[in-house]
Design a protein around this ligand. Structure first.
Ligand code: UT7
Length: 334
């Protein structure tokens, strides 16, 4: 009997309308378009505005887009997994809220928290449900409203992040397409370099935590940069070696969009040029769990059945990994 793999059979996305430009940021903190473009590579990021709108608002719209494009009935979806670090609330899970808002009434749903690698961790988990025959249709969502935890007075972090959501559909395949392998890692000692101190059980919200500004992202940029460059490249090269893939065999690297210099360093180690890197950091910034599926949406039309993709990420936790995907459909027909 042929092995069942989890094929990505569709993608959908949602980006809020409001565009935060480098010029607007330059009026908020001491920075410039030139610094942000040369050090990070971001021109604009989307920001979700509106009272009471959280991550589920974007995630549900991404799932609806996915259902419309693939013409599947939301009632046929078995599982919804949402990767996020900016849930609407501690509970219920944002995946649960997304499933409800998108009409996936027959699905069970939950969240995965692995920061910038969240989508890769969730994609791996979702694939297991397909491979074991437990489910026939799994939706994996990457969604983050980073603007809800960014300190817009901190020039070290505020240019980096944006809001957005994207989703993929996983279905069984017997012809060798889909998620073929995953290498995932985490190292909790990285906690000290990228974290949000309060709001959890260690430091529940108090007047003091608010006064101390502990409800926003703290990042030691250079430390994270160094770890990202070496680990994202190592794991991507390991995946190529494991499957005897040369740079010519790779159609696209689909990297987490944290910094154009990290993307370039990873591509260089893999021996591939910029033309083989999916890049949208200039328009979207770092949307954490949403970067990789947003890239798949942007490049969908350019993808062909059989294309070899390496999805790679590094982020808070630390968490990092690479996934080898053999693309399952011709994008331009969608
Ligand atoms: O996705 C989650 C994982 N996160 C990442 O992968 C992020 C990894 N880190 C990075 O991408 C980079 O470290 C940053 C983009 C965050 C920072 O870039 P950097 O080249 O590492 O800059 P730096 O922190 O070493 O700062 C260099 C200088 C400093 O000034 P001095 O001390 O040399 O005078 C900073 O104060 O740049 C200054 N600086 C800025 N200047 C203008 C820091 N932020 C800004 C800014 N505008 N926004």
């Amino acid at each position: 009997m042929k092995k069942i793999t989890a094929a990505i059979t569709g993608v959908g996305a949602y980006l809020p309308d409001y565009l935060l430009t480098n010029d607007e940021l330059s009026r908020m903190v001491d920075t410039s378009d030139e610094w942000i473009m040369t050090r990070i590579g971001i021109k604009t990021r989307h920001i979700l505005k509106g009272e009471g709108l959280g991550t589920s608002y974007m995630g549900a719209r991404a799932v609806k887009d996915l259902c419309e494009k693939t013409k599947i009935n939301p009632l046929d979806i078995d599982v919804v997994i949402c990767a996020t670090v900016t849930p609407d609330m501690f509970f219920p899970s944002t995946g649960n809220l997304i499933a409800d808002q998108a009409g996936c009434k027959n699905a069970f749903a939950y969240d995965i928290s692995a920061a910038c690698s969240g989508f890769l961790f969730a994609l791996t988990t979702g694939s297991q449900f397909i491979e074991t025959g437990f489910a026939k249709k799994v939706v994996v969502v990457g969604a983050d409203k980073m603007s809800s935890i960014v300190d817009y007075k901190d020039r070290n972090t505020c240019p980096i992040f944006g809001d957005g959501a994207a989703a993929v559909l996983l279905e069984p395949n017997k012809d060798g397409y889909g998620v073929l392998d995953a290498i995932l890692h985490s190292d909790g000692s990285g906690e000290q370099h990228l974290y949000m101190k309060a709001g959890g059980s260690r430091y529940p919200a108090t007047e003091e935590t608010v006064r101390n500004n502990w409800h926003t992202i703290t990042q030691d940029g250079p430390a994270v940069f160094k770890a990202a460059v070496s680990n994202m490249a190592d794991v991507s090269v390991e995946m190529m070696e494991r499957h005897h893939l040369s740079s010519n065999d790779i159609r696209y690297l689909v990297p987490h969009q944290a910094n154009l210099r990290i993307i370039d360093a990873t591509a260089k180690r893999m021996g591939i040029g910029r033309e083989k890197c999916m890049i949208n950091i200039d328009r979207n910034g770092n949307t954490t769990a949403a970067t990789i599926p947003l890239c798949l949406c942007d490049y969908e039309a350019a993808l062909c059945k059989g294309d070899n993709l390496i999805l790679a990420s590094f982020g808070g936790g630390y968490t990092w990994g690479a996934i080898y995907v053999k693309w399952a459909y011709d994008g331009e027909n969608r």
